[in-house]
Structure formats: C-alpha cells, structure tokens
Design a binder for this molecule. Structure first.
Ligand code: 2AM
Ligand code: CA
Length: 292
C-alpha cells in the first residue's frame, strides 16, 4: 500500500500501537508517583529566574521515565527539563528523541492545584512523531501518533470549529519575566473582549490538550521550553488544530519558542484575518516586538 511513510518507517509504524501502550503505561506510572507526593515534603528549589521551581518529584519522575523509556526504545536519545538534559544537541535531529517534562505545571503541583501533567514527546528525525500527556488528578490520557489522529482516554478527539467569538481562550502564565507577562496581559485584554473569556491553567501541555479536545479555542504563551509543547503540539495538530510561533511561522521543534495554538475554527479565522482586528499574528507580533 502506498503511504506517506517509507518502507522502513512503515515497519516502525506497525509496531507503534504496542510502543504507544507502553509509553502510556510509563506516563500512568509517573502519575502514580506524582499522586503519592500528596502531603510529603516536596523539597522545593528555585531555578534560574523568577518563579521557576523544581521539586524532588520533578527529578525523581524524570529519572523514572528516562529509565523506563530507555527499556522501550533503547536507541532513543533524551531531552528533558530537569537534570541538565534541557538542550537540543547536535545530532538530536537524527533518529528517535524523547522530549519529556516529568511535571508540567510544577507551580500548580507545589500548591496542590490541578492541572499538572506528565508529558512525553517522541521525535523522529527532528519532528514530533508521537505524544502522550497524562493528567494524574483527573486520570486523563491524551495521545497521538503522527498521521493517526488524537485521542483522550481512547476516544478520538477533534479541536473546535467554533469562531473566536464563541470560544474560551487560554493565556500563558509563566512567571519568568514580568515584561513578557505585561505584553501577554495586553494581548489577553484584547482577546478577552472578543471571546467568551480568557482562562489561565498554569500547564502548557494541558492547555494544548484542552485545545485539541475542543474545550478551548486556543492558547498563547510568550516563551516555553520544547518539553512544554512537543507532545501537546502534535496532539493538537492531529486533532485538526494549528501550532506556530507567535509570528505564525512553523515551529522549529529545536528549543524554546513563543507559541500560538489555535483550534481549527479559529485558525481558519486567523488565516483570513480576524473580524475588524486584522490578523491575530500581526497583533501578536506587534505586541511581541516590544519584548523580543
Ligand atoms: P513547568 O511547570 O514545567 O515549569 C505556565 O504557563 C507554563 O510555563 C508551564 O507549562 C510551565 O512549565 C512553563 N514555565 C514556567 N516557567 C518557565 C520558564 N522559566 N521558561 C519556560 N517555561 C516556563
Ligand atoms: Ca516541568
């Protein structure tokens, strides 16, 4: 059968259902470790910059995932938020690369306030190939394989076809830069008056999954690590949505980026130019330039 994949890829692709099951199982186990943290000393430390925290559990879960995923796909390389693995290395664009965030939404986790999730992206030759995002508090498992659609707890999901005027939007909430936050707030003010309201959850991967599953119309954030959007970005694309940088350009999938993630309906509007406001991206770009 003629496919978009070559013969070699096709072979790997056939073994994907089994591999995906094992990756999801690893994410579920990671969620178990995260849930077991309730009421224990998290040993919170502040990393570089403002409100950028890490706990004993972020490190422990990343170690667990690295070990478990290495058993599943021994030839894969790793990029992860913690333990000094956070930079895309020369050669990472060749072959398999796991991109993991053991806890996305660490500040929420510290405050015991859902959502916080485990995310596992799997890149192949420099582009996302599979993604798994697991929310342990609500037991939601989101997943996608490139070309095979997106799923929540085994059910196919689709992003919304609704226009901005009938959607909830999600704003970024990283506290690393008050200047970036001020720019994002200005965009939020403008988006707020054109939709049903803007919310902020504190977990980028969860926001992407909320957009992929049709609950939210989109999500924007000034700066994120690759581990914050790799898995959820693929899940959104497979659900019919669109993720770009805030100039509307395709993501490089190599490292940090600002992102604009949109449902199918709002992406269509944005492509045409928003009603009476001009292009979403032009607006974002003008605001972004104050900071970049
Ligand atoms: P984290 O919880 O894994 O740190 C909040 O809007 C999102 O921004 C979260 O996904 C959070 O991921 C991420 N975030 C927090 N601090 C950040 C930083 N200094 N740089 C990039 N992303 C950050
Ligand atoms: Ca994290």
């Amino acid at each position: 059968m003629e496919t978009m994949y070559g013969d070699k890829d096709r072979k790997e692709f056939d073994s994907m259902p089994d591999m995906m099951e094992r990756i999801e199982e690893a994410a579920r186990e990671a969620g178990g470790i995260i849930r077991s943290a309730h009421g224990v000393d998290l040993q919170v430390e502040n990393k570089e910059g403002r409100a950028n925290f890490v706990t004993r559990y972020d490190r422990m879960v990343q170690d667990f995932l690295t070990k478990r995923l290495r058993e599943i796909l021994p030839e894969a390389k790793f990029l992860g938020e913690e333990n000094g693995m956070d930079t895309f290395q020369p050669g990472d664009e060749d072959g398999w690369l796991f991109v993991i965030d053991p806890i996305d939404g660490t500040t929420n986790f510290i405050h015991n306030m859902h959502p916080f999730v485990t995310s596992i992206g799997l890149m192949k030759d420099g582009v996302p190939y599979a993604g798994v995002v697991y929310a342990p508090v609500t037991d939601q498992m989101f997943s996608a394989v490139r070309g095979q659609g997106a799923y929540e707890n085994g059910q196919r999901i689709h992003s919304s076809k609704a226009p901005l005027s009938e959607s909830i939007m999600l704003s970024g909430s990283a506290g690393f830069s008050m200047e970036a936050f001020a720019v994002a707030q200005e965009l939020t003010r403008q988006v707020q008056e054109r939709c049903h309201g803007v919310r902020s959850t504190g977990s980028a991967e969860y926001n992407l999954c909320m957009t992929a599953s049709g609950r939210a119309g989109g999500y924007y954030e000034m700066r994120l690590g690759l581990w914050d959007f790799c898995a959820g970005g693929l899940i959104l694309e497979e659900a019919g949505g669109r993720i770009t940088d805030y100039y509307g350009r395709p993501l490089s999938w190599r490292g940090p980026s600002g992102i604009v993630a949109l449902s199918e309906g709002i992406a269509r509007e944005a492509a045409k130019g928003m009603p009476d406001t001009g292009s979403f991206y032009d607006r974002w770009k003008r605001l972004g330039q104050q900071q970049v």
